[in-house]
Design a protein around this ligand. Structure first.
Ligand code: ADP
Length: 877
């Protein structure tokens, strides 16, 4: 018998770390002196009969004598060894063969036959038996352990998921420090006018030499993918060009914040200091008063709280505002760059110009932008001081097919009564068979509306009643047609509601108290013969404006023509005896549930791709149809709602709405000024401010958690998620992270103007059941609103006391590793980091990042050990 060189594949391919003693009895020949162990050798030299490896012999020419009992024991131990559970040992053949399947198994049996009976020694047999019995008892013990572990499997998985979610912020934590360091390295402290002038007119075309991210940004309007290009742009966008658009090199002084030659009509405005959370029980009708207007106010707005830098104040564009407002110094204004996209609405551009922003076509160094939705991965490139009008993943509600799927899923779980507010929809071609069945049930007397899954402005929409009219292969949604709509003056209409989401986790939703009512231009008839008439069945402005019957309505308060404001509709309906409050509360309910239906898909994308809570917000246009019983039906959600505002009526609704929205979004000045300069400017611009930082403090929007904060969140989401448990406790020891969230929300609420907060309110806890799982921040806000909604002052005082002590600026310290790498950065950068950016020095909680990391590794090790024990158990049996 001899060792032969076998091809290095199959079972022989497996490596045997650490070497071992030969167990095969076929061998009597001596060990090759050149054999020295190691993967290659073990892989190549095997016993020709049983595939056992050549004996390991590093010193002698001949193998050490191996007794049959040793042979047997090592063969059995080999199982343990191979499973990798008990550490390295000897013997490979048996386990290896099991792993190899049946042909190897034959070899294994042959090997066993050779190894044991041929020994012919009863003592040896006894040893083998007792060893086997031992092994069996160990295996059964292992089996029990594994079964117990199996019982705990879901818990372990949950724990692992919790640890993972704690780790995510840590990743952002390190990205945060990395980005800040890099930024300080690459960006000048001040944009020197000369340098800025040198960066003249970069070509708008997408050049292959651009960095990948920039190329994507530049070409975003052409991106063709599920996430972005398929998202409809609602109604036509203005093609008006504002002459004040500049490129990056422009002198800020030349872009005076005035707009020449445009009239907005006179709009009387009053500031609203009311608490803007909805009763959400329909008890409060939307205010009919006009809202915010901040004429000639200072360019910056103070936070309610200490050590929170001021926000840029957005002001309504008005005629005749002649330089009364205090402008910002050129050094500051230079930092307020707004990157224009082809779809930035005119009303936004004009508001920006009135509010000290410069409109820039080509720059990567913008502070704000208003554009089309984009791929989730691109959100990663948004810097911590930049803010844009989208969250990643909102196509989950912005596409008609996804919207239906998400709502349908919840409807299946919670019933039609809760989620049956979207007309029954079939997504073709997948649902063709189901549609056929439904069609047959209604004997073809129902009307259906066929829509492209992701388009807008009524494009490609038809009302049908024959099966043959349905394209079977194209992607389409086919929806039950609401054939008995509520009519006013014989005409069908729908509502455009504006919904602002400032944060997804915690979820904060605001519904604007005004909107648009869009009428079909031809009186409605339920007759089948009229189905082709788009002016009768579709209410889109972009369609009906072409009708000879269409009449404009310039008066925001008048119930006339084919476009009204929502407020005028309430007035009209109230006159008809309709309970407008109840209708409004049903609309609030519809809006909250619609946004929640996308939350579980959007929140993880935000966690993955957005590095700061500062960067994103979104305005949604929600289209609703009222049926003859005034039941609201959700038609669609637009994630790029038209803000076209050429008429006084449009302007009256959208102008203040945009202004409120930008103020609520809360824009800071990018942090690119030395702190001494910030202090000087603050003294002049905002003497009452309770901080010495003019520019954004990234710590306020930091998303990482300290160990204690993570533990608190884990406790409430796992142990105390019942309302009666968390209401009493969650506000007791507010963490710095809690305070940051509450501070932001309180500042935001002061700017709500016409926006009414519909989630969270003291009454919205019932919506918590519709989330995929308990959400810590939603519980925190539920408790906060329940305690302070009716009287916010004590809550604000509580937060202010903490802010005065800079409690809200405590963010988890740098990890030791990050610290050591940070130390290798240049002294200047370090100084800049801690001084200009005020990144806190690692102190109070050193190595917390490591501990969480280690904890998570331990957790994953527990899981992998468990998996190994399962495998081992399987093979033992
Ligand atoms: P788009 O995004 O192209 O505007 P919509 O879903 O909003 O598509 O539909 C366009 C118009 O068609 C709506 O404004 C409404 O008047 C009408 N419509 C849409 N769905 C229905 C429906 N299920 N029942 C009755 N009318 C509908």
């Amino acid at each position: 018998m001899a060792y032969v060189k076998v091809p290095a594949h199959g079972c022989q391919q497996h490596d045997y770390p650490g070497g071992g003693v030969a167990t095969c009895q076929h061998i009597s020949s001596s060990c090759c002196p050149s054999f020295s162990g190691g993967e290659g050798s073990f892989a190549e030299w095997r016993c020709s009969q049983c595939c056992v490896s050549r004996p390991h012999c590093s010193t002698a020419d001949s193998p050490p004598p191996v007794s049959p009992s040793q042979a047997a024991a090592s063969t059995i131990d080999g199982r343990k060894n191979r499973a990798g559970f008990f550490g390295e040992g000897e013997g490979k053949c048996l386990m290896e063969s099991r792993l190899m399947g049946s042909s190897s198994e034959n070899r294994e049996h042959a090997c066993a036959r050779e190894a044991f009976p041929r020994a012919g020694n009863s003592q040896v047999l006894g040893e083998i038996q007792s060893s086997a019995a031992d092994e069996l008892s160990k295996a059964s013990h292992l089996l029990k352990e594994s079964a117990a572990a199996l019982d705990n499997w879901p818990d372990r998985q949950q724990e692992l998921e919790a640890v993972r979610s704690q780790l995510r912020p840590l990743r952002h934590h390190s990205t945060f420090h990395k980005q800040e360091t890099k930024r300080m390295r690459t960006e000048p402290l001040l944009i020197a006018p000369a340098a800025s002038a040198a960066a003249t007119k970069r070509p708008r075309e997408v050049s292959p030499s651009m960095p990948a991210v920039q190329r994507l940004w530049e070409s975003n309007s052409n991106i063709a993918d599920n996430e972005s290009s398929d998202i409809p742009i609602d109604d036509e966008y203005e093609d008006e060009e504002l002459q004040t658009v500049s490129d990056e090199s422009s002198d800020p002084g030349s872009n005076t914040p005035s707009v020449v030659g445009e009239t907005l009509g006179s709009i009387s405005l009053t500031d609203s200091a009311l608490s803007k959370t909805s009763s959400c029980s329909g008890l409060t009708a939307p205010s009919l008063a006009t809202k915010t207007g901040n004429q000639n106010e200072p360019p910056l707005r103070n936070s309610l709280f200490s050590y929170v830098p001021p926000y840029v104040r957005f002001q309504m564009p008005i005629d005749g505002a002649q330089g009364e407002e205090i402008g910002l110094p050129a050094e500051v204004k230079r930092l307020l760059k707004w990157k224009l996209s082809p779809i930035t609405p005119l009303v936004v551009r004009r508001t920006l110009l009135r509010s000290n922003f410069r409109l820039v076509k080509t720059t990567n160094d913008w502070a704000g932008t208003w554009g089309k939705h984009m791929k989730s991965a691109l959100f990663t490139s948004i810097k911590d001081y930049q803010k844009m009008n989208h969250f990643p993943g909102t196509f989950q509600i912005g596409r008609k097919d996804r919207l239906w799927r998400n709502l349908h899923k919840l409807m299946q779980k919670f019933g039609k009564k809760e989620f049956g507010f979207m007309p029954k929809t079939y997504v073709l071609p997948q649902d063709l068979r189901l549609l056929r069945q439904a069609w047959e049930k209604t004997c073809g007397i129902e009307k259906w509306i066929v829509k492209p899954p992701a388009s807008a402005r009524g494009t490609g929409i038809r009302v049908v009643h024959k099966w043959s009219q349905i394209p079977k292969k194209r992607p389409l949604v086919v929806q039950r047609y609401i054939a008995q709509p509520y009519l006013i003056n014989g005409s069908k209409f729908d509502l455009r509601l504006y919904v602002f989401v400032s944060s997804v986790d915690p979820l904060r939703i605001y519904l604007y108290d005004d909107g648009l009512v869009r009428f079909a231009s031809v009186k409605y008839s339920n007759d089948m013969s009229s189905l082709h008439d788009r002016y009768m069945h579709l209410t889109n402005y972009s369609i009906n404006k072409n009708s000879s019957h269409y009449t404009q309505n310039e008066d925001a308060d008048a119930c006339q023509g084919h476009k009204w404001t929502v407020k005028s509709l309430w007035t009209y309906l109230a006159q008809q005896g309709v309970n407008v409050n109840e209708l409004w509360s049903r609309l609030e309910d519809l809006v909250v549930k619609t946004i929640i239906s996308g939350e579980s898909s959007i929140a993880p994308l935000i966690r993955e791709h957005v590095s700061s809570r500062y960067c994103c917000y979104e305005l949604f246009g929600v289209d609703v149809l009222l049926d003859e019983h005034l039941n609201p039906w959700l038609l669609e959600v637009n994630i790029s709602p038209s803000l076209h505002s050429s008429s006084p009526l449009d302007q009256a609704v959208k102008g203040p709405m945009v202004c409120n929205l930008l103020n609520m979004a809360g824009y800071h000045i990018p942090n690119k000024l030395p702190s001494s300069m910030q202090k000087d400017f603050l003294r002049n611009l905002a003497p009452d401010v309770k901080t010495n930082q003019l520019c954004i403090d990234n710590r306020l929007y930091y998303i990482g958690l300290s160990r204690d904060e993570a533990a608190k969140q884990l406790f409430f989401t796992k142990e105390a998620y019942q309302r009666e448990d968390y209401l009493g406790q969650i506000l007791q020891n507010l963490s710095a992270d809690d305070v940051r969230h509450l501070v932001q929300a309180e500042d935001e609420l002061t700017q709500a103007g016409g926006f009414i907060r519909v989630f969270p309110t003291p009454y919205t806890h019932r919506y918590h059941q519709f989330f995929e799982g308990p959400r810590y921040y939603n519980m925190l806000f539920d408790a906060w609103e329940t305690r302070y909604n009716s009287n916010r002052s004590p809550g604000i005082s509580l937060l202010e006391d903490l802010c005065k002590q800079k409690y809200h600026l405590n963010i988890p310290a740098l990890s030791a590793r990050a610290k050591s790498s940070a130390e290798t950065e240049s002294a200047t950068e370090t100084a800049l980091e801690s001084k200009a950016l005020q990144v806190p020095a690692p102190s109070e909680e050193p190595q917390h990042a490591e501990s969480v990391l280690i904890q998570s590794i331990e957790e994953s090790q527990v899981l992998s050990n468990f998996k190994l024990s399962l495998i081992c158990c399987f093979y033992s049996l």
